[in-house]
Design a protein around this ligand. Structure first.
Ligand code: ARG
Length: 460
């Protein structure tokens, strides 16, 4: 034999380049703790069904526990010759406890082992991602409550449309994230199914009890079909889909933060600790954090496409292609975690420049629809009201005055149904307060929506 794991059948050593080319230990060592966790459960189950003796199990568990310590302390010597995390750990176990270590792999294959490790790893990471997502949602809800009365222009086509409250805008973000949160929890259900016991592809001849292993590892249930269990990575694709949609949302928020911090908008201030300066222009304060989140969205989309393409056309069951699932998945996780942390830290620190938002809402005839609705209440058909207000706006543009700054006589040039009570609907406060139904921008609705959002978040 030429290699301790499969040498029996081989007559020459692996080519040095091929060894490097096929090795995954450089990146899959991130699965080491889950690999050990899975092995301890496997050995425990094997002893439970009588395939290993209790002494053998104890030796294996003790050896693996020591190895975990070596890995945690950074003392473990990883070897590319041993190809991947699984064979590195197993070889070390045999170094430590001798021949009993060689019994660990009974009734198991690296194919079900690696699929189990990734699922354990992803499940742990999903829980971290979920905590950050909750923290961000909580921050948005709190800020929305604080800014429930703050008026800003709402936009369509990035042109001033109608006044809205800043709290309402923030709760729009929160809603996007609430759906992402549901997608994440839904994905977790399908991640939490156990491949172990599928062995290489067909199952194993030992009298294994997969319910025992599943329970030890906290899996919902053993996977139904051994061929499927070792071969599919759709759970990773689902996570990357969740991540892509989340980053799409964070990217939209980032874009708005970038616009809003500009002198041209001047809607918010981001504290200095979230910004950086320029090496040449002394006046600059750049919103690098949201810009980077916006930029990192691209790599996550790329990983989703990469994983989809990795899986397409693979015949059943396991193929070495699947070794390529890890780097995109790890990078997706790291990126999502960092971006969520950045946002969860940053959102509570957003300072609204209320006057500036208010002034912007006053420009741009944002209460034109309110005037049209007023005319409709006085018997004018909506299309005619639209035309009348359009003429009033054209007048205002020529005269450089907002609707609320015109005199009653000026307004009555366009329609004699207008009376002095029109000014109540032309104020920004009147405009937002009038949109007083579920989902509307009125401050009272924003406060109610925020408290419902908090309840929904706590109920998860
Ligand atoms: N390193 C491999 C992977 O990541 C482990 C499974 C390898 N199995 C095999 N029969 N080559 O997919």
């Amino acid at each position: 034999g030429t290699n301790q794991s499969w040498g029996g059948r081989f007559s020459e050593p692996t080519d040095a380049f091929v060894e490097r080319f096929t090795a995954s230990v450089g990146f899959d060592q991130r699965l080491a703790l889950q690999d050990i966790q899975g092995s301890i459960a496997h050995a425990t189950m094997l002893a439970r069904v009588g395939v290993l003796t209790d002494d053998e199990r104890d030796a294996i568990v003790a050896g693996l526990t020591e190895i975990r310590g070596e890995i945690e302390r950074g003392e473990f010597q990883w070897s590319v010759k041993l190809e991947d995390v699984h064979m590195n750990v197993e070889a070390r176990l045999t170094d430590k406890i001798g021949i009993t270590g060689k019994k660990l792999h009974t009734g198991r294959s690296r194919n079900d082992q690696v699929a189990t490790d990734i699922r354990l790893f992803l499940r742990d990471e999903i829980d971290v991602v979920e905590a950050e997502l909750s923290r961000l949602r909580e921050g948005l809800i709190e800020l929305a409550e604080r800014e429930a009365d703050t008026i800003m222009p709402g936009f369509t086509h990035l042109q001033t449309a109608q006044p809205v409250t800043f709290g309402h805008h923030l709760l729009a973000w929160q809603e996007m994230l609430a759906r992402d949160h549901e997608r994440l929890l839904d994905c977790r259900k399908r991640v939490n199914v156990m491949p172990l016991g599928a062995a290489a592809l067909a199952g194993t001849t030992y009298p294994i009890d997969r319910h025992v292993t599943a329970e030890l590892l906290g899996f919902e249930r053993p996977a139904e079909n051994s061929l499927d269990a070792v071969s599919d990575r759709d759970f990773a694709i689902e996570f990357a889909s969740f991540a892509s949609i989340l980053l799409m949302h964070l990217s939209r928020m980032s874009e708005e933060l970038v616009l809003w911090t500009s002198a041209q908008f001047d809607f918010i201030d981001l504290p200095d600790r979230f910004c950086t300066g320029s090496s040449i222009m002394p006046q600059k304060k750049n919103p690098d954090v949201p810009e980077l989140v916006r930029g990192k969205t691209g790599r996550v989309y790329g990983h989703l496409m990469g994983l989809l393409t990795l899986m397409k056309s693979q015949p059943l069951a396991y193929n070495k292609d699947n070794q390529e699932d890890k780097e995109p998945l790890f990078d997706t996780l790291d990126t999502v975690r960092d971006c969520l942390k950045a946002f969860a830290d940053m959102v509570p620190a957003i300072e609204a420049r209320k006057e500036s938002m208010y002034e912007a809402a006053r420009r741009g005839f944002s209460t034109a629809t309110d005037l049209a609705d007023y005319l409709v209440r006085r018997g004018v058909a909506f299309r005619d009201a639209h035309e009348i207000v359009g003429q009033s706006v054209a007048f205002g543009i020529r005269e450089k005055r907002d609707l609320s700054e015109m005199s009653l006589d000026e307004l009555r040039q366009f329609s004699d149904v207008i009376e002095s009570d029109v000014f109540e609907v032309l104020t920004l406060e009147g405009s937002v307060a009038a949109r007083n139904h579920i989902g509307g921008t009125a401050p009272d609705q924003v406060r109610a929506a925020a408290s419902r959002a908090r309840e929904a978040l706590t109920a998860l």
